[in-house]
Design a protein around this ligand. Structure first.
Ligand code: PEP
Ligand code: MN
Length: 355
């Protein structure tokens, strides 16, 4: 790995920014200069080849934009990263000395493409960031990581950019945080960066999503920035100026600041113990609940009654959602929880009935 990257790769939080697409030399240089001026950006990004949903949209400036990135690095001292989707693009990016490569969401879905990139990277010591596939499939994401690692790439990082879902209006790509958390759990050695831009697809909720990622202990952020966002050639709705980005980063509460302090750890440990204790109690209570379910099962069996009695289920739901509100629990959570408990109850009763 080049020195310029090794200084940056381990930095936390790692902040990557730059335009969705490189459009002109001036635009790349001015964006980079203004981003560097915020003092809060560690790496420059720009799309050179753009995978667009519909033909006829701007498909990227192509190889001609790579020297602009070199120039931007020369002026700002920041390492640069671009998206690659084919062996030829890898070759061109490396030829123009790009410091870090990233694999886009539309490429991660395709094992042929990922393998082609992996083959082109054999014996090359360049860090690679791998975005989640557009569909919520952790195996596909892990498969891409494996392919790249098997090619001998030592430094792999992950980017969580949300998942495509039909009819979603709030987000451009639903974050499905639990999937990113599970991916982090499975790959403790890999950094996980969040991409609020492609999750949100709009500016007004960028800050909240970025904050959420930091609260969840992500290692950094990749956020698109453009000198004239409304007139960007791609992803105009989600880009922000370098100055707005600077403000946004300033306003994020970086949760990790106090972890050095012993008091913090002691207090945290105490609260975690309380949670463990409550979880144990909850499980014991659930165990008791199932024992009663078994008894009911036996009673129903002896009296030849069906297991599921819809009225009773409605009554349970109604009672619980009323209570949930008072206790500060969302109706959605309590319904999901009860559904799971109910299923387990039915399974228990089934066993009794069939015994
Ligand atoms: C991008 O980063 O501009 C991009 C194309 O993102 P994604 O692969 O997440 O859609
Ligand atoms: Mn984009």
């Amino acid at each position: 790995m080049k020195e310029i990257v090794s200084e940056t790769w381990g930095k936390r939080p790692l902040i990557i920014s730059g335009p969705c697409s490189a459009e002109t030399e001036d635009q790349v240089i001015e964006t980079a200069t203004r981003l560097a001026k915020t003092g809060k950006v560690d790496m420059l990004r720009a799309g050179i080849w753009k995978p667009r949903t519909k033909p006829g949209l701007f498909e990227g400036i192509g190889t001609k934009g790579l020297p602009w990135m070199q120039q931007a690095r020369k002026i700002t001292g920041l390492p640069v990263t671009v998206e690659v989707a084919t062996a030829k693009q890898v070759e061109d990016a490396l030829h123009f000395d790009v410091d870090v490569l990233w694999i886009g969401a539309r490429t991660t879905v395709n094992p042929f493409s990922v393998q082609e990139i992996a083959d082109a990277l054999k014996g090359v010591d360049v860090p690679v960031l791998i975005k989640n596939p557009i569909n919520p499939d952790l195996e596909l994401w892990s498969g891409a990581v494996e392919r790249i690692q098997r090619a001998g790439v030592q430094h792999v990082g992950l980017i969580h950019r949300g998942f495509s879902s039909y009819g979603n209006t709030e987000y451009r790509n639903a974050p499905m945080w639990h999937l990113a958390i599970e991916m982090k759990r499975r790959n403790p050695g890999l950094m996980m960066i969040n991409d609020p831009s492609h999750i949100c697809g709009r500016r007004d909720i960028l800050q909240a999503v970025a904050q959420q990622a930091i609260n969840l202990d992500f290692d950094g952020l990749i956020i698109e920035s453009h000198i004239d966002p409304d007139n960007a050639w791609s992803d105009a709705k989600q880009q922000i100026t370098p100055e707005v980005l600077g403000e946004m980063l300033e306003n994020i509460i970086w949760r990790k600041e106090n972890v050095e302090s012993e008091d913090f750890y002691t207090a945290l440990e105490k609260m975690r113990q309380q949670i463990n204790h409550l979880d144990d109690e909850l499980m014991q209570i659930l165990g008791q609940r199932m024992k009663i379910a078994d008894k009911i099962g036996e009673y129903k069996k002896n009296n030849s009654v069906t297991i599921l009695q819809t009225n009773r289920w409605n009554e349970i739901l109604e009672r619980a959602t009323k209570k949930a509100g008072v206790l500060g629990l969302s109706a959605e959570f309590i319904t999901k929880y009860l559904d799971a408990v109910h299923m387990e109850s039915i399974n228990h009763q089934n066993k009794v009935m069939n015994a």
